[in-house]
Design a protein around this ligand. Structure first.
Ligand code: 5GP
Length: 200
């Protein structure tokens, strides 16, 4: 696939799991209601509160692999062993009609999206204060088994190495400040894309 031109542009929030990226994504959508959240597809099981088609499109491994074969993904990653996550091209084009796009995806996916969308996209890396803090957050979240916790922490170490390849880095040691910084970056981007008057 070569470059893709979007009507409004895309903001890619990326980070190791537990960095607060999803919380920051929620505040960002709240501040800029014109942003369209890109719902990804995944083969992982839904958490209690998650709804199909809202948080993710939950697919079986077979369904996901069929879509890979059919070339239906903009990007996809086996983020954890046996667990696929991906951005559907159909989802991207559907929401691109409505407004600028917000993606919340892993670092490798973020690199691919940037490569495909180029100046239509910015990548923002949400940096956790430390791996120890990240561990505490994942433990507090209580959604992972011990085995998953160590898989996620192992992966987080690798993911941290991608920070310098992102357009912006926001350190999330103080949530309020991290949200403020993110909103300012998003505001500037939307202003440049003529999507917003620049006021969060
Ligand atoms: P979780 O299981 O905590 O919802 O997500 C695990 C990781 O997968 C997070 O870093 C999340 O951002 C990432 N992720 C979610 N959707 C996608 C996607 O469509 N593509 C890629 N590459 N990663 C994704």
């Amino acid at each position: 696939m070569t470059h893709i031109a979007l009507n409004h542009g895309a903001i890619v929030l990326t980070a190791p799991s537990g960095s607060g990226k999803t919380t920051i994504a929620r505040y960002t959508i709240g501040a800029f209601p014109e942003l369209q959240f890109s719902t990804s597809a995944t083969t992982r099981s839904p958490r209690d509160y998650e709804e199909d088609g809202v948080h993710y499109y939950f697919l079986s491994k077979e369904e996901f692999e069929q879509k890979i074969e059919a070339g239906e993904f903009l990007e996809y990653e086996e983020v954890y062993p046996g667990c696929y996550y991906g951005t559907l091209i159909s989802e991207l084009f559907r929401i691109d009609k409505e407004g600028p796009i917000l993606l919340d995806i892993d670092v490798k996916g973020a690199m691919k999206v940037k490569q495909l969308l180029q100046d239509s996209a910015i990548t923002i890396f949400i940096h956790p204060p430390s791996l120890e803090e990240l561990k505490q957050r994942l433990v507090q979240r209580g959604t992972e088994s011990n085995e998953w916790l160590s898989t996620r922490l192992q992966r987080a170490k690798e993911e941290m190495t991608y920070r310098d390849r992102c357009d912006h880095v926001v350190v999330n040691d103080d949530l309020e400040q991290a949200v403020e910084e993110t909103l300012s970056i998003v505001s500037q981007f939307l202003k440049a894309k003529h999507c917003h008057n620049g006021q969060p």
